[in-house]
Each structure stands twice: as C-alpha cells, then as structure tokens.
Design a protein around this ligand. Structure first.
Ligand SMILES: Nc1ncnc2c1ncn2[C@@H]1O[C@H](COP(=O)(O)OP(=O)(O)OP(=O)(O)O)[C@@H](O)[C@H]1O
Ligand SMILES: [Mg+2]
Length: 271
C-alpha cells in the first residue's frame, strides 16, 4: 500500500506564504498530475513529499504514518534535468542506489549480493528500453534516454511513491509520446503511487488518474506574499484508469501495454 494523506499543509519561506491549507488524500496506486501557474509551489510541495523540505504546519502521512523527515528509499524522484550522475555509466547509475543502501560503509556490494543486484539492474535497464547501453555515460545518451535512465534509477529502489517534477518537459513531442507510453507501462507494472508535476495539460490528461490544480485564489500584487496557493480544482479522469488493469474503454491506450519496437530517441536505432 502507498496511500498519501496531506492534512492542512502550510509552507512559508520567511514572510512569503507559498502554500496554504492544502489537504488531499491520494489513494494507493493513484497517478496524480499536479498543474498550476509558475511559482505557485508545485515543486515545493513535491520536495515536502520527498522529505527534502519540512512543512511549516500540517502533516504528511504515508499509509497513516508520518513521513520520515528526510528522503528515503520508499520515495523515488525524477526531475526535469540532472537526475543522473554524469560520471557513472548507465549500469553504474542504476546500481548506485542499491549499493548505497546495501553497504552503507563500503558503498559496494560483494559476491552473490552484487551479482543479483547487477541482474536486477540489467532487467530494469531493459524495462525502460536501454538494453545495450549499459556501458554508456549520460553524455552519450539523448535527453529521452537520460530520462528513461532516471526512471530506471528511481524504480530499482522499488519506491512506494514516485515523484516526478516535469520529467518530460524538455523532450521533443514524438519522444515525449513514446516516454508517456513507457511511463504508463511502468505505473501498471510497479506497485507505486505517482505524483507528477507538469505544465502540459495534455500530458496530465494522458497519464493521470486524477488532475489536481494549485492556484493562488488571491493574486493581486499586494496580496501575493500574504496568501499562498491551494488546491482549486480536483478532477478525476473519466473513463477511469486503474493500475495493473486494462481499461475496458481504451485497452490499447490505457491498458498495461508492452512496447513493441525500438524507441525513436535511441541513436542506435535511428534511420
Ligand atoms: N528554498 C527556497 N527559499 C525561498 N523561497 C523559495 C524556496 N523554494 C521556493 N521558493 C519560492 O516558493 C515559490 C514557489 O516555488 P516553486 O519552485 O515551488 O514553484 P513551482 O510551482 O514549482 O514553479 P514552476 O512551475 O516555475 O516550476 C516561489 O515564489 C519561490 O521563489
Ligand atoms: Mg517547479
């Protein structure tokens, strides 16, 4: 299970109120798209879910328990850029989390544990369509491939909650459409709840089970600092999507589909 409960959450930076009185229950396995104008606090909200920032007031519960006050393996994150380490190969990037969590002091795995971690990493790399690129460095990958690597890096830790901050915002439209399909498959196949910030309404409605809008209800210049943004809209997608289950309405678009060809952003497959 991975149910999020956010209760009367406030976030202030000095005199500036960024978020005010945000309350929302997010069901286990939901895929929530968070939209709203620039600067309204979407990334701040995500950082609080990650444990990188603390709320000024209010609480965040994961399955009824307060969220640990620092990032942990139960929460994965992918940002628009710079989620992967440039000095590590694809395999190294995917293995890193495993190595860090398994061997706190040595930061290395040995013997059987290492072999099974490597097998798992290879499987995850294949699942995001990067098989064959294990030895490459991020600079040798296209933007879409780097984001697929970032997804593999987050997912190998089997997070209960996956947080995405405009992860596909910098990609070309064709590649974006492909990665949307991949994202859908990953959500169907991995037991996680997803919260994704996006500027792209189409992306929100393509992927999410629920679209939530943050807005500052009072937005005159003199009020800007004194009032934060809060949830102004909360739309459940119809027809409903359910993780792990083919949609009876659009099984081809919304079901747990498998990819059947090479990705367009893989230079090895470019014609
Ligand atoms: N560490 C910080 N210290 C002070 N102010 C901050 C900090 N982080 C964010 N803010 C302020 O909080 C507000 C919300 O920022 P945030 O990055 O969460 O917005 P956003 O909705 O993600 O915007 P965008 O869509 O442009 O990414 C902004 O006014 C920003 O200046
Ligand atoms: Mg942001």
């Amino acid at each position: 299970m991975s149910e999020l409960t956010i209760k009367k959450l406030w976030k202030e930076y000095g005199d500036q109120i960024v978020l005010e009185n945000v309350s929302i229950d997010i069901a286990s396995r939901a895929f929530v798209a968070l939209v709203g104008p620039s600067g309204c606090g979407k990334s701040t909200f995500l950082r609080m879910l990650l444990g990188q920032e603390q709320p000024t007031q209010g609480e965040i519960l994961l399955d009824g328990k307060p969220l640990p006050p620092e990032p942990g393996p139960d929460r994965g994150v992918v940002f628009q850029r710079y989620s992967v380490f440039p000095h590590l190969t694809v395999l190294g990037n995917v293995l890193l989390g495993k190595e860090l969590s398994a061997a706190r002091f040595a930061a290395r795995l040995f013997g059987q544990a290492r072999r099974s971690a490597i097998d798992e990493a290879h499987a995850m790399i294949a699942a995001v369509g990067l098989a064959g690129s294990e030895g490459k460095y991020p600079a040798q990958l296209s933007g879409g491939m780097q984001q697929r690597l970032a997804l593999a890096q987050a997912l190998i830790m089997k997070p209960r909650v996956l947080l995405l901050d405009e992860p596909f915002g910098a990609l070309d439209p064709g590649i974006r459409a492909e990665i949307h399909q991949l994202m859908k498959t990953l959500w169907h196949e991995n037991p996680m709840t997803v919260v994704m910030v996006t500027h792209d309404m189409r992306e929100a409605f393509t992927l999410a089970t629920r679209v939530v809008a943050f807005e500052r209800p009072r937005d005159r210049p003199e009020e800007k600092l004194r009032y934060g943004a809060t949830i102004t809209r909360d739309i459940s997608i119809w027809p409903p999507r359910q993780a792990g289950t083919a949609s009876i309405f659009r099984p081809d678009r919304d079901g747990p589909v498998k990819k059947d060809g090479p990705y367009r952003d893989d230079p090895a497959h470019r014609r």
